[in-house]
Ligand binder design. Sequence first.
Ligand SMILES: Nc1ncnc2c1ncn2[C@@H]1O[C@H](COP(=O)(O)OP(=O)(O)OP(=O)(O)O)[C@@H](O)[C@H]1O
Ligand SMILES: [Mg+2]
Length: 499
Amino acid sequence: MTGMEPILRMRGICKRFPGVQALQDAGLDVLPGEVHVLLGENGAGKSTLMKILCGQYTADSGVVTFAGEAIRPASPLEAESRGLVMIHQELNLVPGLSVAENVFLGHEPTHGGLIRSDAMRQGAQNLLAKLRCDVDPDTPVADLSVAEQQLVEIACALRQRARLLVMDEPTAALSDSEIEALFDVIHSLCGDGVPVIFISHRMKDIFAIGDRVTVMRDGRTVGTRDVKHTEVAELIQLMVGRTIAEQIPKREVRIGEVVLQVEGLVRAGVLSPVSLSVRSGEILGVAGLMGSGRTELARAIFGADVADGGTVRVTGRTMSGRNPGASIAAGLGFITEDRKRQGLMLQRSVGENITLTSLDDVARFGVLDLRAERERAEGLVERLKIHLASLDQETVSLSGGNQQKVVLARWLAARCRVLLFDEPTRGIDVAAKAEIYELIGELVGQGVAVVLITSEMPELLGLADRVAVMHEGALQGVLDRAEATQERVMQLALGESRS
Ligand SMILES: Nc1ncnc2c1ncn2[C@@H]1O[C@H](COP(=O)(O)OP(=O)(O)OP(=O)(O)O)[C@@H](O)[C@H]1O
Ligand SMILES: [Mg+2]
């Protein structure tokens, strides 16, 4: 690729938000037809740099040249007219509309002034087929899983004739086979000369798909490497300015009495009767392929979905009112995978979001003790190293990974006896991941029982005391730490029964 002229050049880009210098002299060169990975810790400025390129923000200073022309798009529409298309990190679909309507939003095919729904449906289906996704184009987006929504979002971008495509963490919610399909699509785009800028925290992705990688730290560009001539250790060093152990520390914790007991929990068509128990200080890992019912299990335990039968007991007491409010009151917490729809009120302040579930605790004599609330929130922000300008900042203005930490902070503030974690490290950078492992270790050290749903094998095998494996809505088996190997977990996840 050397000797080729960059098609995109970004130089000296600065951008300030109230209280934060998000970008300081950041830059990037992208060659025609390459996959250029953008890497950096949460809050490093990756999304901001790309939003400037694609017209969502304007830079305070700096120069952008695309295809030989200086550009300064004032809106996403203007950027799109130049062929600059971005798939956003936080999903941007309209939940009330169907898949097809979302894919063609604002660009509906018409004939004689009428929208051609059949053409729209067919078009959406064709695009999704490229991604090996077979959701019905008439399904309302609100009914889709996070992974399916992500694929629809990608289909929206593919519908536009991009000359450069930015993908902001497209793989965070996808299964391995979906990621493979996405990579095939990326390869064919690049084959046509369309460069792709690809943001991801997954090292695997970088080495699988990237040609070159640019690393950002604290709003600056710290270096660009050929993927072939670098390795994980060097990239991490560039990202965080220090070396971090990639290993997950397993804490020795005393395991106590049963805190969570689930018996015969069932939801028709979704969950076959599941029974399991988790002890104080124990981490029960939950493995399974995408769609195997892991999230459904957690939702049913928490009471977010109404079960058709079965009981859930927390510290020996059977919970009668099966709804999230009753669960929280009983000491059960649920950290969801979908922070936008189920986790956070993005327009409210960070402080409010953190104290959301613990308001009872903070309220004294019937009035809100604002100072206590604030102090506790401040403590958690510090402990989780959440990067923010102020607790009063709207949560929507935090970087994606820092939003995830706010969800965590909230549940820590609620002081639960049992915590259900659904993919807690998704979209989180390596350094923050290590902090979250540390934190889970601290929680079990304090006697909390943890249920950890994760697709990351090292995380699962590194942290879990026992591993429950789901397959097609049923609990396929539970492995002890000693017998839980990658092979055994995969066998069960693929539906082989226990030997
Ligand atoms: N609209 C906004 N208002 C205020 N601050 C913002 C806004 N958007 C981003 N920021 C701040 O700018 C900095 C860079 O954020 P950005 O979203 O670009 O990070 P990122 O590298 O994409 O991180 P992540 O990996 O977590 O997605 C952060 O400190 C963030 O809080
Ligand atoms: Mg981001």
